[in-house]
Design a protein around this ligand. Structure first.
Ligand SMILES: *[C@@H]1O[C@H](CO)[C@@H](O)[C@H](O)[C@H]1NC(C)=O
Length: 149
């Protein structure tokens, strides 16, 4: 009986450490890295004159916000980057600083661009958030690492 308890305790310790290790791995981003990228936020604009233009991405799909993703209502977060980079629509991007902040892996996809970003290359990226208020959050207004996974 005593041995069984000891074995159980060891098993639990090991399983716990393994889970932490797995979680740590999943927050890491492996791929082509771009450092010192200025992240800013934008949000769907339902008052835009051309209606849909304010809340659809460049191919006419609904913008997915960071809050949609965190609430499990989206598979990815819409990211906007310089059109002239020619990044294929839907390219997956990982931002380790966001993963660390939220404690789980945030999947972003490059699906939008704007006049404002033209010519900025890999030095800027705009993340889509729920509202104007959310766009002021420091976590989405900072220098980050962009990793193309
Ligand atoms: C990013 O910025 C840091 C601090 O200013 C600098 O040391 C580093 O060389 C920069 N990295 C790149 C790839 O420009």
């Amino acid at each position: 009986m005593k041995y069984l308890i000891i074995a159980t305790i060891f098993y639990c310790l090991f399983a716990n450490a393994y889970t932490l290790y797995q979680n740590e791995i999943s927050l890491k981003c492996n791929g082509k890295r771009f450092e010192n990228v200025t992240l800013t936020a934008y949000y769907p604009d339902y008052n835009e004159e051309q209606k849909a233009a304010g809340y659809l991405d460049k191919k006419g799909k609904l913008l997915n916000t960071l809050q949609d993703y965190i609430d499990n209502r989206a598979d990815y977060v819409t990211l906007s980057m310089d059109e002239s980079l020619g990044i294929p629509y839907g390219t997956k991007v990982c931002i380790p600083e966001l993963n660390d902040h939220f404690g789980h892996r945030i999947v972003l996809e490059v699906r939008d661009s704007s006049f404002d970003l033209s010519g900025s290359g890999y030095s800027r990226a705009d993340i889509c958030v729920r509202s104007e208020i959310d766009s002021y959050d420091a976590i989405v207004n900072r220098v980050v690492t962009l990793v193309f996974v």
